[in-house]
Design a protein. Structure first.
Length: 194
């Protein structure tokens, strides 16, 4: 049996002075706090031998991956499969989003408005995972992505629905990671970086 280790890392905190739901909007890079979070993460993971780093194409993820890559002397590879959720309510204030939309984001009402579905996110994240397991078997991989895509993959592997309750109790904070250990194609989440 061949063991592959994957660190799924959520990007660092974003510079967002106007407090909007930025989703896939361009130009949202890391804040100073976000850079520090990733420096702390790179310090905590410094003794792990990482063979390759993948990143979502969004600026905040690429900046996070570069900080990690500098630690391991690796140039991150970009995959669109890791991108943030395609939000129907992009640009909304985070206050309004948290109060009215967040628990219902994947409800039919928002799906009809163009919200990317849990099923679609699950399929692209699973496709990425299968690519990793076939091309990098036996390696250690760092993957920088976003909260919901990582959470949805976690729920899938645990064979649980990605409900709002699951999200609230399993969500990675910015700069945190979860380790996925795969023996051949059987994967199990190890722990969260708390």
């Amino acid at each position: 049996m061949i063991t592959t280790r994957i660190f799924f890392i959520r990007h660092g905190e974003v510079e967002n002075p106007n407090k909007i739901l930025y989703g896939r909007l361009p130009g949202f890079g890391l804040s100073e706090v976000g850079r520090k979070q990733l420096m702390d993460t790179s310090e905590k993971l410094k003794n792990r031998k990482v063979d390759v780093i993948f990143s979502s194409p969004l600026l905040r993820a690429r900046e996070s991956a570069k900080i990690l890559g500098d630690r391991w002397r690796l140039i991150p590879k970009v995959s669109r499969l890791l991108i943030e959720v395609d939000l129907a309510v992009e640009g909304m204030s985070t206050i309004e989003y948290n109060a009215k939309v967040q628990p219902h984001l994947y409800d039919p009402y928002y799906l009809e408005q163009g919200q990317e579905s849990i099923d679609h996110i699950s399929k692209r994240m699973t496709k990425f995972l299968h690519m990793i397991l076939s091309e990098y078997k036996g390696k250690t991989i760092a993957v920088v992505s976003h909260g919901d895509p990582i959470g949805i993959l976690k729920a899938d592997i645990m064979n649980k629905p990605f409900t709002f309750d699951f999200k609230m109790t399993n969500y990675l904070k910015t700069g945190q990671w979860a380790e996925l250990i795969c023996k051949d194609y059987v994967c199990e989440w190890s722990d969260l970086s708390l």
